[in-house]
Design a protein around this ligand. Structure first.
Ligand SMILES: C=C(O[C@H]1C=CC=C(C(=O)O)[C@@H]1O)C(=O)O
Ligand SMILES: [Mg+2]
Length: 466
């Protein structure tokens, strides 16, 4: 049973209304309660009826922080390209200003948190595919379940206007109680059946890779990441709940995320951290260079060793290390990273991996770090600007939120962003999956094509494909 102090919220509600009246504008009231353990997937499920399209889910690979948001108290969205990170930050600060935050706990991911992200390239012509996602899009949830260091918490965020009275809070209390006490909803939603699978222009994609390889041999560009799309059709509407549960069971070692917006759903299981900030400590990841998993331990080991010694993949990886190091040097006093990559093995693929740790200067916010890092050459290329322009020009795909920063920031400025690869966009009975690969001067288009096919697998399996 969950115990939540109801009278407390009422009292706090009254003081929030008084403050809103005094200031003559709406203010945020946020409160955090510790509660008995609740399964995050079940909490996500409970929001389905009333808050479909207004939910998010996040877990990092070690499940240090799990967040589930239901309902939207505040939306920050914009298609503005210039200074987009700064503008989101400014709106977030403005939203928090004078807010009443009741959070006696000292953990990350509690109280007001905004969850969301940015498109890969706001200057790329938008297609209908991503019409439900603004280039910058963040949600502050109404209710949020946080599991941090094994403890469960519930945050309630309400915006209170000068015209509200405390009866407003009674409604919130009764809804919240219902959410927490309702029996677990039936999770046996019929899984969708895959009817059709269509690769979007594979031949043309390979030809583009060949052309880019020629550019890389002659010009100043060193690396360009090229992506493609796989379009799926199902017999009925695909429900995020089922796919999330599958991803959770199949991809434990990855970040898992769901971000619903206006009826569509962006979902994935990515192995790649862009940046995490905890006080002054900053953590990033260089992840680039890939090979398949072996059929047995021996072959797997052999393939791993091959990857560790392969010049093409080491080049691909080296460009990422070079850029991330440089980007973090701008904001960090100290950076630690190993001088050689190691292997990251996940279910379908192994990667070259170099973790980076830094101590950042006081004024470096998480969103500033995101701005400096995005896109790393694991998703864009090198030099950064030139590579993004190349992608804008030659890539058929509208990447939207694919390969872009997705994550959360709490009101204390801590948080984490992943790079949203190994992902897909669900739209009713259809879904688009995305996969890309780092093209360097000695890339071969057929091998790159096969590498992207491997990278579709996690989402494809979760959706009931192979
Ligand atoms: C762009 C993707 O992967 C990146 C991350 C790891 C390895 C990569 C590679 O070896 O090409 C890519 O840079 C993707 O999965 O869509
Ligand atoms: Mg590669």
């Amino acid at each position: 049973m969950v115990t939540i102090q109801e009278t407390e919220l009422k009292e706090r509600g009254i003081s929030a209304v008084t403050t809103a009246q005094k200031l003559g504008r709406p203010i945020l009231i946020s409160e955090v309660h510790k509660m008995d353990r609740m399964d995050p997937l079940s909490f996500f499920n409970r929001g389905r009826e009333r808050y479909l399209g207004e939910r998010f889910y996040w877990k990092d690979p070690s499940e240090e922080v799990v967040l589930v948001g239901i309902g939207i108290t505040k939306q920050i969205q914009s298609d503005q390209a210039t200074d987009r990170f700064f503008h989101v930050e400014e709106e977030w600060r403005e939203f928090l200003k004078d807010g009443l935050i009741f959070n006696p706990f000292n953990e990350n991911g509690l109280g007001p948190v905004m969850f969301g992200g940015f498109s890969f390239d706001p200057l790329k012509a938008k297609t209908a595919l991503w019409s439900k996602y603004a280039d910058s899009l963040f949600h502050v949830p109404k209710y949020m379940l946080t599991i941090v260091k094994g403890q469960t918490y519930l945050t309630t965020n309400i915006v209170c206007t000068p015209n509200d009275d405390y009866t407003f809070f009674e409604k919130v209390i009764s809804e919240r109680t219902q959410l927490l006490t309702s029996l677990k909803q039936d999770t046996h939603i019929n899984p969708p059946k895959l009817l059709e699978m269509k690769e979007i222009s594979p031949q043309k994609w390979k030809q583009t890779v060949d052309e880019v390889v020629e550019d890389l041999k002659t010009g100043s560009l060193k690396k360009v990441v090229l992506a493609r799309e796989l379009r799926l059709l199902f017999n009925h509407q695909v429900k995020a709940d089922v796919i999330l549960e599958n991803l959770y069971n199949q991809q434990r070692d990855s970040f898992i995320f769901v971000f619903e917006s206006n009826g569509d759903c962006f979902i994935g299981a990515t192995p790649e951290r862009l940046v995490k900030k905890q006080g002054k400590n900053v953590f990033s990841t260089c992840l680039a260079g890939s090979i398949r998993r072996g059929k047995n331990e021996e072959e797997d080991h052999f393939l791993g060793q091959t990857l560790l010694n392969d010049q093409k993949n080491l080049n691909e990886h080296g460009f990422v290390v070079e850029m991330i190091k440089e980007a973090l040097e701008e904001s960090c006093e100290e950076i630690i990273l190993p001088d050689k990559p190691q292997l990251m093995k996940i279910r379908d693929i192994q990667h070259l991996y170099t973790p980076v740790i830094g101590k950042c200067q006081k004024d470096a916010s998480l969103l500033l770090l995101v701005e400096r890092l995005h896109p790393t050459p694991a998703l864009g290329g090198l030099p950064k600007q030139e590579a993004v322009e190349k992608i804008r020009q030659v890539e058929e795909l509208d990447r939207g939120f694919y390969a872009a920063p997705l994550g959360w920031v709490d009101y204390r400025g801590n948080g984490e962003f992943s790079v949203s690869i190994r992902s897909g966009l669900i739209q009713g009975k259809e879904a688009s999956l995305f996969a890309g690969c780092g093209v360097v001067a000695n890339s071969d288009s057929e091998s790159e094509y096969l590498e992207t096919s491997l990278k579709f697998r996690p989402m494809l399996r979760a959706l009931g494909g192979k």
